[in-house]
Design a protein around this ligand. Structure first.
Ligand code: ADP
Ligand code: MG
Length: 937
């Protein structure tokens, strides 16, 4: 039983108030066919909508089976429409893009009935209205009468208590109208049917009760139903439970929806994907550029690590000085006098004062400390320490003549100079070689017994068992033989043309030294040399052996108990080479830079492993001269003299002792050189030195013996000043540390060079900052000075890279905003377009949440499609795009690439953005008043 009690309903449009229903009361039986008649605008539809829960009454009550609806909430109404009511409309209101079966299933779908049961019940309902064979047709493939029968089937599918029909025959011809009326009459057999109609004859013929409505009032009722009010219980409130549609169902619903509208979905997705394509392309290009930049930076930093030498130029102060000199101000001298220009002196001094001595022992402690700030910026290649290696490598040339890698032939001759010149220009000299060479010149601190410059230690890997760093093995290939596997194997390093400097080949005994001698002589004679192409078979190279003799082994204990240097003595070196002091080295292979090598960091021609370095360091520490010197801290084991005495008397005594120990010809040579110097000094000062031992004119006539004895006589009475001069020039023993350094003793805590590898310029700058911070804390002598070559070269590159990155980020942000706005608009249009559908869904009992869910599922799916299309199209576009990029750039270094993870993120982003873009329109859709929505066409 349905009771309408004093219901009023007003519509306000502006200031105008329309009373659509004015205090209407009507009681309907559970089982009758009620026809509501009345002129247009009399409130029939309004009454029906209120009965059906599509519209709310302003006052009064609607009591359904004794349950009052005054306290109904949205979900109660939704459930009420879904389970209790079936709607039939004049304009059928079928969803055009779904087939008949799906349309009929709708109410069941909304209440969450399983697919199988849904189909079964919908099929039954369709058979009931005589449309069993048409279930897969679309509404527009049916006639009006058939469509209305589908609508009736849809109304019946949930087996509702009440069927409401609003002018169901209004759009049909008479014959069809009769069929529909017949059908409704059957429907009314076991339920309440309320039908609005214009047609009094049809009403008379089929309805069991006719209610006349006019201007919102009931004018007449053919069969009123009055219930004894005493029998009537007071209406109570009870909720109806809810009609629930699962998310999966709404997705499935949206999916069929989208599938039915393939073209539209694809177009919408494509429109949405344009933004995604834009972002994906920018991302791909920036990934490519970024990878390129990261590689470039890593390669640059591998080739030019931050290098800190024990001795370094303070380039900055040097440049500041020269800048000062450059802008030399007008000193404002008058024309009254002659002024001295001291530029040459200040220049010389600025160069010498700009040499910095770095305390690498302290700095190494800092670097090794795991808590140091600098550690986090160190790159994959780590930190490498180099030590001052002092050794000589000798070998037998094809003629079995002994050669040395330090200068090919033994002995110092006029041609030896040319030797050095060739070695300096021929070998691949590095920046630091040149610097240390110049530094040696300037400081007078030449390294004794330094390792041959053609020998280079191959950088070890970071882990202890990695003898050679991947940086080297990745960039160099073995052309024959193999990489060294132990301390005694080395590799010959060829360049890209498979060439090795010729002087190196002479020095390690692979070519005949006699030929070398000839070339040198030709050069010394001032003639032109022409050298034929010389080549070596791999077999002759691989397996070639050399002998390494450490600096300490080159000092031999003499009968006087002093150690003597024999490194330049061919016979002694030959003896050593055949003794067990010699470390055998074997060429294990030949390597060269790979064709696509990014970093060709090796500058030497013979590469040895850090294992050999360890052998040398340990052997030196154990060696006799080192042990002897360490046992005698004050007296040099080379000269037997006290280290750098501070008083003149000891120096004079040392000088006398030194001269006494010399042979005749050595004495004569010393005398000659002292006299030449004295003569030069006389010439300069203009004084006549009568006290000199002999007139320069008399000299050539005397024999060496005579000169030596005269020199002895002279020294016996000589001025202390002369002896001090002799001490400074010839005797000076240097210091204890210098002597040990000459022996090649290395303290592992005191590297001669530290190389810090970083992976990017940024990390390099951070390392620089960390060193600055270290310097700020360190005391003055412990401060670290080094030259940041890369920093000087690359600072502008870093800025440009940053600018490009920011520009790309800006582009991406703009595309994001544009694409989400576009998606929002598309969803909004879709909502407008589907207002009617929303009304239908609501009439079937869909809740506001269901509507929002359906729209969100749909936008989400469009977002998914848009994302997939975007990523797919981008992948396709990248093929010709990269080809174009490569041909424009002339290389393949920048490769635009969309990685799977960013691609996935973009798809997710597309879904999220589409959802966000759709949330407002979907919310709007869900809030649409169902009655109004149904009235829209
Ligand atoms: P009927 O179905 O009998 O033709 P309706 O129930 O549709 O009449 O309308 C009754 C009255 O209420 C009409 O005057 C109509 O203009 C008005 N009306 C109906 N719905 C609205 C609305 N949403 N806003 C304003 N006025 C409305
Ligand atoms: Mg109407």
């Amino acid at each position: 039983m349905l009771r309408i009690e004093h219901i009023t309903k007003q519509y306000k449009t502006g200031d105008f108030v329309q009373r659509a229903l004015d205090d209407v009361s009507l009681t309907l039986r559970d089982n009758e066919f009620v026809a509501i008649l009345g002129p247009s605008g009399s409130g029939k539809t309004t009454l029906l909508n209120i009965i059906g829960g599509l519209d709310r009454y302003d006052s009064g009550d609607l009591v359904i089976n004794g349950i009052s609806t005054t306290k109904y909430r949205d979900r109660d109404w939704d459930s009420y429409r879904n389970h209790t009511i079936g709607f039939v409309f004049q304009s059928y209101n079928l969803i055009p893009h779904q087939n008949i079966l799906t349309n009929v299933e709708l109410a069941l779908t909304i209440s969450g009935v399983s697919k199988k049961e849904r189909t079964e019940r919908a099929r039954k309902a369709l058979e009931q209205v005589g449309l069993g064979e048409h279930i897969h047709k679309k509404p527009n493939q049916l006639s009006g009468g058939q469509m209305q029968r589908v609508a009736i089937a849809r109304a019946l599918v949930n087996d509702p208590d009440i069927v409401l029909a609003d002018e169901p025959t209004g759009a049909l011809d008479t014959a069809t109208s009769v069929q529909i009326m017949q059908l409704l009459k059957e429907v009314a057999q076991d339920r309440l049917v309320v039908m609005v109609t214009h047609n009094p004859e049809l009403a008379e013929q089929y309805a069991t009760r006719i209610v006349n409505l006019k201007d919102g009032h009931i004018l007449g009722d053919s069969n009123p139903y009055t219930v004894d009010s005493s029998e009537q219980k007071a209406p109570v409130h009870r909720t109806m439970g809810k009609a629930s549609m699962s998310l999966a169902t709404s997705i499935a619903l949206s999916f069929t929806n989208l599938r039915m509208k393939k073209a539209r979905t694809i177009l919408t997705s494509f429109a949405g994907s344009i933004g995604i394509i834009g972002i994906a392309l920018i991302l791909a290009v920036s990934t490519g550029v970024n990878t390129y930049i990261v590689n470039l930076q890593r390669e640059t930093m591998t080739s030019y690590p931050i290098t800190i030498d024990a001795q370094s130029w303070d380039l900055q102060s040097l440049m500041e000085n020269s800048a000062k000199r450059g802008e030399k101000k007008d000193p404002g001298h008058g024309t009254d006098k002659v002024y001295a220009d001291s530029t040459a002196f200040t220049q010389a001094s600025s160069i010498t004062t700009s040499i910095a001595h770095n305390n690498l022992t302290k700095f190494k402690q800092y670097l090794d400390n795991p808590k140091s700030e600098i550690r986090q910026y160190v790159g994959d290649n780590g930190v490498h320490y180099s030590y001052d290696m002092r050794f000589q490598v000798v070998s037998n040339d094809p003629d079995n003549k002994l050669v040395t890698a330090n200068g090919v032939t033994f002995g110092q001759s006029a041609k030896g100079m040319t030797n050095q010149m060739v070695m300096a220009s021929g070998s691949r000299t590095t920046m630091s070689d040149i610097t240390s060479m110049q530094m040696g010149e300037l400081t007078g601190n030449k390294k004794q017994n330094a390792a041959p410059s053609s020998f280079e230690q191959l950088m070890p890997g970071r882990s202890a068992n990695e003898l050679i760093s991947p940086v080297i093995t990745d960039n160099y290939e073995v052309v024959t033989g193999a990489w060294p596997k132990n301390a005694h194997q080395v590799v010959l390093i060829a360049d890209r043309n498979n060439e090795v400097p010729m002087d190196v080949l002479y020095g390690i005994g692979l070519l005949r030294s006699a030929d070398y001698q000839q070339i040198m002589n030709t050069i010394a004679d001032g003639k032109k040399v022409s050298i034929d192409t010389t080549s070596l078979k791999y077999d002759d190279v691989v397996g070639h052996t050399m002998k390494l003799i450490t600096a300490s082994d080159q000092y031999v204990l003499g009968s006087d108990g002093h150690y003597t240097y024999v490194g330049d003595n061919e016979q002694e070196m030959s003896k050593l080479a055949n003794s067990d002091a010699a470390q055998q080295l074997e060429i294990a292979g030949v390597i060269r830079p790979k064709a696509d090598a990014k970093t060709t960091m090796l500058t030497g021609s013979v590469g040895y492993t850090s294992a050999l370095t360890d052998v040398i360091i340990d052997r030196t520490a154990q060696s006799a001269p080192v042990q002897a010197q360490e046992a005698s801290k004050d007296v040099s084991v080379i000269t037997g003299l006290t280290f750098s005495p501070s008083d003149d008397a000891t120096k004079i005594a040392d000088a006398r002792q030194y001269v006494a120990g010399l042979g005749v010809s050595e004495k004569a040579n010393m005398a000659k050189s002292l006299m030449t110097q004295a003569a030069a000094a006389q010439g300069a000062t203009g004084s006549a030195g009568e006290s000199s031992a002999a007139g320069s004119g008399a000299m050539p006539a005397l024999s060496e013996d005579q000169i030596a004895s005269q020199f002895d006589a002279y020294l016996a009475t000589a001025d202390n000043q002369v002896l001090l001069q002799i001490y400074d020039r010839y005797v000076s023993t240097g210091t204890y540390d210098d002597t040990l350094a000459d022996f090649g003793l290395v303290d592992r805590n005191a590297p001669s060079e530290i190389r810090i590898y970083t992976d990017s310029f940024e990390a390099k700058d951070k390392v620089s900052d960390a060193i600055k911070a270290y310097n700020d804390k360190a005391s003055e002598p412990d401060r670290i000075v080094y030259v940041d070559y890369v920093g000087a070269l690359m600072s502008s590159v870093t800025t440009i890279v940053n600018v490009i990155t920011y520009v790309l980020i800006a582009f991406v942000s703009v595309s994001l905003v544009v694409s989400s706005i576009m998606i929002g608009i598309i969803t909004y249009i879709s909502v407008l377009e589907r207002t009617k559908e929303i009304g239908i869904l609501r009439a079937m009992g869909a809740s506001k949440r269901n509507i929002a869910q359906v729209f969100n599922a749909e936008t989400g799916m469009i977002g998914l499609c848009a994302g997939l299309i975007g990523v797919g199209v981008t992948w396709l576009l990248l093929l010709p795009g990269n080809a174009l990029l490569h041909s424009l750039m002339g290389n393949t270094e920048v490769n635009a690439v969309l990685e799977p993870l960013p691609a996935l993120i973009l798809v997710v982003l597309s879904v999220i953005l589409t959802l966000i873009g759709g949330i407002i329109p979907a919310g709007q859709a869900s809030r649409k008043d169902p009655a109004t929505a149904l009235r829209t066409e």
